[in-house]
Design a protein around this ligand. Structure first.
Ligand code: ADP
Ligand code: ASP
Ligand code: MG
Length: 402
């Protein structure tokens, strides 16, 4: 039996918690079990390290950022190894590079290309608990890269896939995946089983309990994925194939994303090629554009609104400077917005879901700024001051607390 366990930032938030994680791992140590552990940096550490870099430059060199950020995970991996060693177990920490995790060279948002599992396999067969620093790898030059915020989830799933693990357990600070963030809606219910696709939409729309790319990879590789709490023995949430779930609710969950910014390009020239230039340049810089709305043209000009992650705003502003200034009037930015999304495979076969969303928000006098939909999702953009109220009213309207 090969088990991959990942422990998030709060779970390893201080030396005492690292000790508790060591005790928890010890419970899984049996002669017939091989255990690979992936750890995050202690909670708050990555933000602190990033803050140091931003102190010098609003757009610091991404290669140097990776040198700095990757240290957080290395610290926790070594501390956890020491904690297990003092308890009498054979344990060793590995950086992403040591663990054979090879990525492309897109610093701060690298993609894993392949994993050379030779060293990990050797260590497992020698009876070591192998502790891998999450969130990082190495590129072809030998430089350290990081996988994007929340990337330790991806490290865990990728390792589980490469090692052909029987199970990948993501240990965090809540009991599993809930109908919405339990910190916003105390009546949120824990979900026992959820499909890969619904989890992927929820995660992509802001439910940070799992990184969207980790869910996508788990689906692709068929990794059995469980999210559960570090601080209890409850069974958590199984993320699995849609056909393995007997009863599908119409709506599975609601996600909130406060990390988007709205870009409004006013009086954009209404001619072929403009949108392709704008979005092409953003895509080249790996900036994820989400909601897009274009108004009807008037006098040969149209307004173009879209959302991008707040963290990419500085980079996007630099790109807009390179556009032909004749092709649009002005650009405005709005940081005070929130995206609220409801997700459920049942939407495919049920009508009236959208009108129920709009009705619930109207009842609270919440204005909708933008709407986007997919087969199993409806997203609306609202003023950030109504974010939590929107979540709670939709949760009630769809009776997710029942
Ligand atoms: P970790 O540090 O363990 O990776 P994260 O902070 O990244 O943990 O993710 C866990 C957090 O995700 C929870 O504390 C919770 O506030 C938040 N969250 C958002 N949406 C959900 C949801 N639908 N179910 C559970 N937790 C959620
Ligand atoms: N420490 C990194 C972050 O805060 C990666 C992770 O925790 O998954 O984003
Ligand atoms: Mg996380």
């Amino acid at each position: 039996m090969l088990l991959v366990q990942k422990y998030g930032g709060t779970s390893v938030g201080d030396p005492e918690r690292i000790n508790r994680v060591a005790q928890r791992i010890a419970l899984s140590i049996k002669p017939e079990h091989h255990i690979v552990v992936v750890v995050s940096a202690m909670s708050g550490e990555t933000d602190k390290l990033l803050g140091y870099a931003l102190h010098f430059d609003a757009l610091p060199d991404p290669r140097e950022v990776d040198m700095i950020l990757s240290s957080g995970e290395r610290v926790t991996s070594a501390l956890l190894a020491i904690a297990l060693q003092t308890m009498g177990y054979k344990a060793i920490s590995l950086s992403g590079r040591n663990a054979g995790i090879y990525t492309d060279s897109q610093h701060t948002k690298a993609h894993i290309e392949y994993i050379d599992t030779t060293r990990i396999n050797k260590l497992l067969h020698k009876g070591f608990v192998v502790i891998v620093a999450g969130f990082q790898g190495v590129n072809e030059k030998g430089d350290v890269t990081t996988l994007g915020r929340g990337g330790s989830d991806l490290s865990a799933v990728a390792l589980a896939g490469a090692l052909n693990a029987d199970l990948c357990e993501i240990y965090t600070d809540v009991e599993g995946v809930f109908t919405t963030d339990p910190r916003i809606e105390p009546n949120a219910k824990k979900i026992d089983k959820i499909s890969y696709d619904e989890m992927l939409e929820l995660a992509s729309m802001g439910a940070k309990v799992l990184l969207n790319r980790s869910v996508e990879l788990a689906k692709k590789l068929g990794v059995k994925l469980i999210t559960r709490s570090t601080f209890s023995d409850n069974p958590g949430t199984l993320i699995t194939k849609e056909e393995d779930i007997m009863e599908q609710p119409i709506i599975s969950g609601i996600a909130l994303d406060k990390n988007q910014a709205r870009v409004s390009m006013v009086e954009v020239k209404d001619q072929p090629g403009i949108a392709s230039e704008i979005f092409g340049k953003l895509a080249e810089a790996n900036i994820n554009v989400d909601m897009i709305v274009q108004t009807l043209a008037y006098n040969g000009r149209t307004d173009l609104d879209f959302t991008i992650p707040k963290t990419e705003l500085e980079l996007a502003k630099n790109i807009f400077k390179s556009l032909d200034s004749d092709s649009f009037g002005k650009i405005e930015y709005d940081n005070d917005i929130a995206k609220v999304s409801i997700v459920g495979v049942g939407m495919k076969s049920h009508t009236g879901v959208a009108s129920k969303v709009f009705g619930a928000l109207a009842k609270e006098h919440i204005n909708i700024m933008m709407i986007s939909t997919s087969e199993i999702k409806i997203s609306v953009l609202v003023d950030i001051k109504y974010a939590e109220l929107s979540i709670r009213s939709l949760h009630r309207a769809f009776e997710l607390d029942k």
